[in-house]
Ligand binder design. Structure first.
Ligand code: NDP
Ligand code: MG
Length: 389
């Protein structure tokens, strides 16, 4: 009899969280869901998940919610609270799925790696902000990072063709991007982009923050940083190509010109299952391609003039180690403001640009350093927003 591998799913009620539950439902006895956590948005759903999977530990974001959850789940379920609670859950399971959105996912990334766990990473923001620290923690015995983000999961698979540690045989990583709902729009047309337009992604159904990030191409800027941090490859060797069909999830070009790609229909359950099972492939084909019908795959360069976010990610790296933390924090503040109707879509990237102009360098060796940079960038981003309204 094989022993089920324990899984902590943190951010269980979101888009990635729910799709992870689908994969677990399909996986029979291979995994056991030990712990779940979420914010304050879907407490009843969190309780229902805990019941369905017989979860032993539940994390809530606020002390005020503990009693309500305890009333529903009884005393046999341990309830933990806030950032400390997330860190505790992340340290205790064999596999940790970080499906929290935004910088709030930092305690999960740090605690899972420090405890030598497998980190199945959807929460790119934490890894980008804490990159030097996260890379150091990833060297903890037993620790490993497997990327759920579809492009990085594709690259992880394509890099299996590399024969040398450090990837000197790789010329470049090529991230694909759908181009989002505004592909083909001119700078002038983008001035009138609305929330309704921005939230309608052509190929993926995701949470609101990453859907907005996809519309500005900031998601791709963040993914360039994520790829560099995950695989230890300089940002200048990470290119982006627009591929509207979202079937080629990313590619690796080797020195001899060979390009290795990973393909499937867009379905996040495939990368989630890959990260849970690795190095074993789970026996269910999420997003299988049907070659009895026709497919057209097209590729085009990004329009950097209309969508400056990818260039901004490169600029953030040039600023210093903490540049990516500033970029990601400023973007999070700008997207939140946009979702609350405080700024226009066309203001999001300019707010990040202004914030980066006020960048202040400083060490990035500890969690405290990362939190300090995040806080400073958020203050500057709010000031930039204030200056626009
Ligand atoms: P959602 O907004 O759909 O879900 C976010 C989850 O995080 C929810 O469960 C939410 O709980 C929880 N959460 C929010 N704040 C806290 C907190 N303080 N403590 C604990 N839990 C919290 O986001 P997505 O699932 O779309 O994205 C999650 C991450 O995955 C992001 O970093 C995103 O960039 C990345 N990603 C997502 C993809 C996708 O297809 N969705 C693809 C690639 C990457 P609650 O419901 O209570 O608010
Ligand atoms: Mg992605």
């Amino acid at each position: 009899m094989t022993v089920a591998r324990g899984v902590a799913l943190l951010g269980a009620t979101g888009s990635i969280g729910r799709q992870t539950l689908d994969v677990l439902r399909r996986s029979g006895e291979a995994f056991s869901l030990d712990s779940v956590a979420a914010g304050r948005g879907h407490l009843a759903e969190l309780v229902a998940i805990a019941r369905e999977f017989g979860v032993r530990r539940v994390g809530v974001a606020h002390e005020d919610d503990v009693e309500q959850v305890r009333r529903h789940l009884g005393d046999r379920v341990e309830i933990v609270v806030g950032e400390g609670g997330l860190a505790e859950l992340a340290a205790r399971s064999e596999i940790v799925v970080n499906a929290v959105v935004g910088f709030a996912g930092l305690p999960v990334t740090v605690a899972a790696l420090a405890a030598g766990r497998r980190l199945a990473l959807a929460n790119k923001e934490s890894f980008i902000a804490a990159a030097p620290l996260a890379r150091r923690l990833a060297a903890t015995p037993g620790a490993e990072v497997l990327p759920i983000d579809s492009e990085h999961c594709a690259i992880h698979q394509c890099l299996a063709s590399s024969t040398t540690p450090g990837y000197p045989d790789v010329r470049r990583l090529i991230l694909t991007a759908s181009g989002g709902p505004f592909r083909g729009w001119s700078r002038e047309e983008l001035e009138g982009a609305t929330k309704e337009n921005a939230l309608r992604h052509p190929t993926w159904s995701m949470g609101p923050k990453i859907t907005v990030d996809s519309s500005t191409l900031m998601n791709k800027g963040l993914e360039v940083l994520e790829a560099s941090a995950l695989f230890g490859i300089e940002v200048d060797r990470v290119d982006v190509v627009i591929h509207p069909q979202s079937i080629v999830h990313s590619m690796v070009e080797y020195l001899d010109g060979s390009v290795i790609a990973q393909l499937s229909m867009p379905d996040m359950r495939l990368p989630i299952a890959y990260c849970l099972g690795y190095p074993v492939r789970l026996d269910h084909a999420w997003g299988a391609l049907d070659f009895t019908s026709s497919h057209t795959l097209s590729f085009e360069p990004p329009d950097h003039a209309a969508f400056p976010a990818i260039g901004l990610a490169h600029r953030a790296v040039a600023l210093g180690d903490a540049g990516p933390a500033w970029l990601s924090a400023a973007n999070e503040v700008a997207v939140e403001s946009f979702l609350h109707d405080e700024i226009r879509w066309a203001d999001i990237v300019p707010v990040v640009t202004t914030t980066l102009e006020r960048f202040e360098d400083g060490p990035l060796n500890s969690v405290e350093d990362v939190v300090a940079h995040d806080g400073a960038a958020r203050r500057e981003a709010r000031r930039a927003i204030g200056g626009r309204s």
